[in-house]
Design a protein around this ligand. Structure first.
Ligand SMILES: *[C@@H]1O[C@H](CO)[C@@H](O)[C@H](O)[C@H]1NC(C)=O
Length: 259
């Protein structure tokens, strides 16, 4: 296999200097030379593949090929003089894939700051073409509702922390028995060091005995979630056995509180 590939290389090399640039020119008007997807989406922490394909109108001689990927005007990866170079989390395809017209950029462990416009520049002989693609990052929110005891007829605040989501746009609410409650407040999103956002929803109310058996829910809808996320809180204000073992259960134990 190595010998065959070597022979193909030598053949392509010999032809590369003269014939291929002509073929490249010959097709320049009739087909796009570099094809990219307008955008791709990746989840924070996962890998991303930014597609870029090129067509030189014939076999690809690697020593005539230049591939450069730019992000924010910085060169992220390049293939020049038959050698690949890339930033630590970036890589270009193998020589075999490059020969088949694949100049896609792979990124591992993407973070929010990796999102944005990338440019794939492919040069061949004297020709140069480029394509652009946008990498969109997504991070799904987490929900947490700290448990705390509540006292009947005393004002209390229920908190719901919505953590580590991206992008910033998020739809959140406190519900009672599935109905959106009025009068909860929503903090403005705080940016984390990793570029994701947190916010807190606060519902301040005075539990009454008539609230028995109500289910309060913190609800969040976000484009990184396939389905809305919800965390339910049951208010046991009858003062029966505490439910500390239940997730996010709120317990009013009048006996324990000395009432
Ligand atoms: C954001 O939320 C996450 C998950 O709840 C938490 O680990 C992190 O400490 C929060 N960041 C800030 C700045 O509060």
């Amino acid at each position: 296999m190595a010998t065959v590939a070597g022979q193909t290389d030598a053949w392509a090399l010999r032809l590369g200097g003269l014939l291929l640039p002509l073929l490249f020119l010959g097709t320049a008007g009739s087909q796009r030379q570099v094809t990219t997807a307008p955008s791709s989406t990746a989840r924070v922490g996962s890998g991303a593949l930014l597609q870029c394909r090129f067509d030189v109108g014939g076999p690809v001689a690697l020593d005539s090929l230049r591939v450069m990927w730019y992000f924010l005007d910085q060169e992220v990866a390049s293939f020049k003089h038959s050698r690949s170079q890339a930033w630590p989390r970036a890589s270009l395809p193998s020589h075999k894939e490059l020969k088949s017209g694949d100049a896609s950029l792979s990124l591992v462990a993407v973070t929010v700051p990796d999102g944005g416009l990338y440019r794939c520049v492919v040069g061949y002989g004297t020709q140069q073409h480029h394509g652009e693609t946008i990498l969109r990052l997504l991070a799904a929110p987490t929900l947490s509702v700290p448990r705390k005891p509540v006292v009947a007829d005393a004002e209390t605040s229920l908190l719901c922390h919505v953590g580590r989501f991206y992008p910033e746009d998020v739809d959140v609410a406190w519900l009672r028995d599935g109905e959106v409650l009025q009068g909860f407040t929503r903090s403005s999103p705080q940016r984390n060091a990793d570029g994701t956002f947190n916010l807190t929803l606060t519902y301040t109310f005075t539990p009454a005995r008539s609230n028995a058996d109500s289910i309060l829910s913190c609800y969040v809808r976000h484009e990184a979630l396939e389905q809305p996320l919800q965390e339910d809180v049951s208010l046991d204000i009858r003062g029966e056995s505490p439910h500390w073992d239940l997730p996010a259960a709120l317990t009013l134990d009048t006996g324990e509180l000395g009432m």
